[in-house]
Write a protein that binds this ligand. Structure first.
Ligand code: PLP
Length: 154
């Protein structure tokens, strides 16, 4: 396979051999011995201007961590698309929260922002589902379609 720049993407193009050798030379003491995870996290945070980054082993684990970071817990509702992997709903249930499906945009098959808006309810108590509001704001600003700031904590 050939990339846009004409390079053969089936072959290593960077430091792959060096890194594999580094790991093999280190031995099999534990999964983080040569510090590759930490190096990836630091490089990622630097590249994207964040204070830190956290690696995960799967999309499921990543989504679960995001829910925990957003404070999602028992009684919260999390609006998700219906056309997705089962894990999207399962991680919500794992937090003892309730997945709520918003309809799709029939042209893009992506979640419809208007359908999300209709499903947003006032916070029940305690945990405010801030995770629901942030993606909506981001969607709006990416599309130059901001309708102002929503009320509630974020
Ligand atoms: C949209 C979506 N979310 C979550 C997942 C789960 O990711 P993983 O298998 O890495 O846990 C998948 C997997 O295909 C996916 O397609």
């Amino acid at each position: 396979m050939v990339a846009r720049d004409g390079a053969d993407v089936d072959k290593p193009r960077g430091n792959e051999y060096e890194y594999v050798t580094e790991i093999l030379d280190y031995g099999w003491h534990n999964t983080s011995s040569p510090g590759f995870n930490m190096r990836l996290e630091q490089a990622f945070a630097e590249k994207f201007g964040g204070n830190y980054a956290i690696t995960h082993n799967s999309g499921t684990g990543t989504m679960h961590s995001c829910l925990i970071a957003a404070g999602i817990g028992p009684g919260d509702e999390v609006i998700i698309p219906p056309l997705t992997a089962a894990a999207t709903a399962l991680v919500v249930i794992h937090q003892n929260a309730v997945p709520v499906f918003a309809d799709l945009d029939p042209d893009t098959f992506n979640i419809d922002p208007e359908a999300i808006r209709e499903l947003i309810t006032p916070p029940h108590s305690g945990n405010y589902p801030g995770g629901l509001v942030r993606p909506l704001r981001r969607y709006e600003s990416h599309n130059g379609n901001s309708r102002g700031t929503r009320s509630g904590s974020d």
